[in-house]
Design a protein. Sequence first.
Length: 465
Amino acid sequence: MTLHLYNSLTRKNEAFAPIDPKQVRLYACGPTVYDRAHIGNARAVVVYDVLFRLLRQIYGDNHVTYVRNITDVDDKINAAATQNGETIQALTTRVTGWFHADMEAIGALPPTHEPRATQYIPQMQDMIQKLIDQGAAYAVTEGPDTGHVLFAVEKCDHYGELSGRKLDELVAGARVAVESYKRHPGDFVLWKPAAQTDDPSSIFDSPWGKGRPGWHIECSAMSHTLLGENFDLHGGGADLKFPHHENEIAQSTCAYPGSHFATTWVHNGFVTVAGEKMSKSLGNFTTVRQLLDQGIKGEVIRLVFLGTHYRKPLDWNEKSIADAKAMLDGWYRILARYASLTIGSQPLPETIMQAMNNDMNLPETLAAISAMTKELNSLDANTPSNPEKALALLGTLQWLGLLNESADTWFGTNAIPAEIIEMAEKRLAAKRSKDFAAADKLRADITALGYSLEDTREGYNIHKI
């Protein structure tokens, strides 16, 4: 079976063929660390975490390099630090720590490398100078805008190839006045001069004066340093396709003529909340930390993300949360039944690999997992006796970044006593063996003890009355 991925650059579902199968290289755009990660940020992290896991499954753990950057120099960071009355370093250190904790809570593996923009200023300046030398960039040396360096989009004959935009459309679609120092309205900043109000830690010396890099050049310099001129995969949210990813391609290929930068471009869809676009003005802007503090477990958040194809829009709503919680409860009950098994690294079932190799079709993967769950529960109607099938199911779930707790911890945090769960398990077994009188009596006993029992496709849910 061959991995197929939809390539945003060619707009085709293509067989993935790495440049070097012994060194598969993936880059994904990371956070700008000025505030908590919201669920849109988190979805992107989960998508590329799953892709990282899939590549390691196919090519081996030691043959995949995953780079996800941290943007720690940016106008938003400056503004937030000023508003908070703190230094940029204090802000970015704290927010980066928050990001790591929140992503760990939703089961994301750490990337192979996590470069911070401020650590790669010399590499950015080197790339900018190469662009100037190639005639693809120019420095503003006179007037009040001295110190700016801009990329000349007209020098890139394939500009707009990723997003499908044309240079004349950039001019026609401009809604604001174009800066006078730009030769073309689409030219973008590679280096910007420092302002007098800037925090000194965000100002760097350069051949063009004191200042800081533009956002786009950061990813080009970091990916080039860690992955080379050409690498296999570049990922990010659909909102980054233009201008960020378009500009990355332009500046990287012009700085290194003959290169193509990333071969395959993977973009994940947007997140809406109860059918509406997420925004602070609508009051539906949700961070991962807010959800965790509400008692929504990280695995529930992750499973909601896994339930929609990565390229499709994902709607965050109460039903999706409840459904994910119910599915996890069912799987944790299986984990409890097979607590004596050691779940280790093992080949994934063929049905799972078929789904994952089909453009990471996670809904199809979950459908295969549901079929495995139903079969195992049917076979276990009386006594757990199918360790091979249980290992296949539980191993697949852990490979997806789920079932990271013990069953006791999972159910214990939901305050359901062990004896109630034991009675519910006996009722489930009685129901599956068609002993409905015993099942009805157990349900009545559970209700008498102050708990309601709700049947689900995966088994049941228990709630305190």
